[in-house]
Design a protein around this ligand. Structure first.
Ligand SMILES: [Zn+2]
Ligand SMILES: [Zn+2]
Length: 253
């Protein structure tokens, strides 16, 4: 039992990233300084790991032990995937667990899959601390810490249970970003910020959209947009570009 007098402190979601991943973050963080004036703060993996298709499937290999049931878990994950398909060319479809899927999702105890042997994949830390972690493409796995108390709704402390209740949609949205190839953003408002679960920022921001554009390219409504961008219309005819060419215009800023 926890002492009821003090709220347990909540450590960062993923501060125990493996050594290799941390090197990647620092290398790219230095490169980001060049882009500060353009407000792009997203980070891609150094190898630019990405999917080679936009129609992705996912499957659930296990479900949470605490609080929410299987159908709410499915609903929460579908909502999180929907947030990404709303702002990108990706579509996501759940398939049965016995079929092949691009993104494999599970709720796991401290010791799970190969975490004891692999130096890239660490084990979980029990309740609070790390909530989940994900693998970049094309591995595409998302592991949720099954010691957490998962809910669909705002993260809050339950005095009755003496535990933090964690919003599955919020954490899943962040982890799906990793599974699509985004690392942590320096933008404190981004859902890909390391502290997104602490700040309560739940929405996918322009920063994530820019990151996906950089990684996957983008689709403009008008064929003529790239030519307009080359002519400098992003600056001289900004209104026109924003209306008709959201993607190429985004590249201008
Ligand atoms: Zn894991
Ligand atoms: Zn993260």
């Amino acid at each position: 039992m926890r002492p009821a007098a003090a709220l347990p402190s909540r450590r960062l979601e993923e501060e125990a990233h493996g050594g290799v991943l941390l090197v990647g973050i620092q290398q790219d963080a230095r490169a980001q300084v060049l882009h500060l004036s353009r407000n792009k703060r997203y980070t891609l993996t150094p190898e630019k790991l990405k999917w080679d298709k936009f129609k992705l499937t996912y499957k659930l290999l296990s479900f949470p032990t605490n609080l929410i049931n299987a159908s709410d878990t499915r609903r929460g994950l579908a909502k999180a995937f929907g947030m990404w398909s709303d702002v990108s060319p990706f579509t996501f479809r759940e398939v049965p667990a016995d079929q092949e899927a691009d993104i494999k999702i599970g709720f796991y105890p401290v010791n799970h899959t190969d975490c004891l042997q692999s130096y890239l994949h660490h084990c979980f830390d029990g309740i609070t601390g790390e909530l989940a972690h994900a693998f970049f493409p094309p591995t595409g796995e998302i592991h949720f810490d099954d010691d957490e108390y998962w809910i669909v709704g705002n993260m809050r402390f339950s005095w009755k249970r003496g535990v933090w209740l964690t919003d599955l949609i919020h954490v899943a949205t962040h982890e799906i970003g990793h599974a699509l190839g985004l690392m942590h953003s320096m933008n404190p408002k981004a859902i890909m910020h390391l502290n997104a679960t602490l700040t309560g920022r739940k929405l996918i921001t322009q920063d994530e959209v820019w990151g996906l554009h950089r990684l996957y390219g983008c689709l403009d409504r008008l064929f003529i947009c790239p030519a307009w961008a080359r002519k400098g219309y992003c600056d001289s005819k900004r209104r026109l570009m924003q209306r008709h060419c959201p993607s190429s215009c985004d590249f201008c800023y």
